[in-house]
Design a binder for this molecule. Structure first.
Ligand code: WQD
Length: 346
């Protein structure tokens, strides 16, 4: 009997790629998504890649009774991977209550149901943003968590603390927080990828939309950072590597290999790249020329972040294998596909 996994936010960018990786490993997947930041078409993209359509429930996790009814209907869930959350840093500053309500109450309602069960395996989508500007690079999991720069980042910190607190008193609940660095790229089939709504906040979708002509030019937010070329450094990880890490984390819990019932892992490549290096790598791997200009720093941005991946490599038996160039060319292939679909729709 295949193990059943609930993936909340499973029609989103990282969620959909993780659903594909789970199905490839033989897991049976049920998706909860309220389609607030995703499209039902993603279900078709997943099916095209794996040949299996996941079960889908259009539920808003802020609806406590709907969450309860879900777990009354699906009594055989072996693991939960929780992606569903609002994730735009800038928007969270404008609308903090929307972020606290959505990201925190959804998590609490899920955990309340799981806490009623004899055993539960829970994986939380967290972020390197909890570290702020780390004092030491590369960043290990025991680097101090710093005061969040945004309500979005705060919801990740609070989320981790909530999970830690419940795991302390519920040994039957086993949880892992995965702190993502910068996820980029798309499935090589270009059947699924990142679908930013409105103007992309993140670097790589802005790059691909500029290269395809949807944006005039990329604004590079600052070249006066204390780095080699003056632009900020991040750890860009291919979304497929990230998705596969979730399968490894889930297996760790299902096989009872965990060292404690609450663990944290950094998910990155261990390699840092500056904005200008990403632009150069994009041009090199796609042959496209990217128009850009240097502007002032973006409020809240840090100078540099890249992961120490030792713990995930050893404990999850997982390592990011794909290159920056591979991730960027997959993002570009996906952007070309999105353009083709838009032209077909018009
Ligand atoms: C990367 C670099 C920008 C856009 C955020 C969240 C993090 C996660 C990933 C959700 C920075 C520069 C960007 C642009 C630019 N989100 N940049 N021009 O800020 O590292 O991380 O997104 O889980 O939690 O904090 O990612 O892609 O926005 O920026 O120069 O138009 O690119 O200054 O140095 P970030 P990003």
């Amino acid at each position: 009997m295949n193990k059943k996994v609930l993936v909340t936010g499973g029609l989103g960018f990282i969620g959909s790629h993780t659903v594909v990786a789970l199905q490839k490993e033989g897991f049976e997947v049920i998706i909860i998504d309220n389609l607030s930041n995703s499209s039902i078409d993603v279900l078709g993209g997943i099916t095209k890649i794996t040949g299996t359509t996941p079960e889908f429930e259009n539920i808003d996790l802020r609806d406590k009774q709907a969450v309860k009814r879900f777990f009354e209907k699906y009594t055989e869930i072996d693991g939960v991977i929780h992606f569903a959350a609002s994730k735009a840093v800038g928007e969270s500053v404008e609308k903090p209550l929307l972020y606290y309500e959505n990201n925190i109450s959804s998590l609490v309602y899920l955990l309340q149901e799981l806490n009623e069960r004899e055993s539960a395996n829970f994986i939380f989508s967290s972020s390197c943003t909890v570290y702020g500007q780390a004092d030491k690079l590369p960043i290990t999991e025991d680097a101090p968590v710093k005061k969040a720069e945004s309500p979005y980042g705060n919801t990740k910190q609070i989320g981790e603390e909530i999970i830690q607190d419940i795991c302390k008193v519920s040994p039957q609940l086993k949880a892992i927080s995965l702190r993502y660095f910068n996820p980029i790229g798309a499935h090589p089939s270009a059947d699924i990828g990142e679908l930013p709504i409105g103007t992309p906040q993140n670097l790589v979708p802005f790059i691909t939309q500029t290269a395809i002509g949807k944006r005039d030019e990329l604004s590079v937010f600052g070249d006066d950072y204390p780095t080699e070329d003056g632009t900020a450094i991040r750890d860009y990880i291919h979304v497929l590597d990230l998705a596969e890490a979730h399968v490894h984390a889930l297996k760790r819990l299902l096989q009872n290999n965990e060292k404690s019932n609450y663990e944290v892992f950094n998910l990155g490549t261990g390699q840092g790249n500056s904005v200008l290096e990403v632009i150069k790598a994009f041009e090199g791997s796609t042959g496209e020329k990217l128009p850009y200009k240097i502007v002032g720093r973006r409020e809240g941005d840090i100078t540099a972040a890249y992961a120490d991946t030792t713990k995930a490599n050893q404990e999850l038996k997982w390592k990011a294998e794909r290159s920056l160039e591979e991730a960027l060319s997959s993002a570009w292939k996906w952007q070309l596909e999105v353009k083709k679909r838009e032209e077909e729709d018009n």
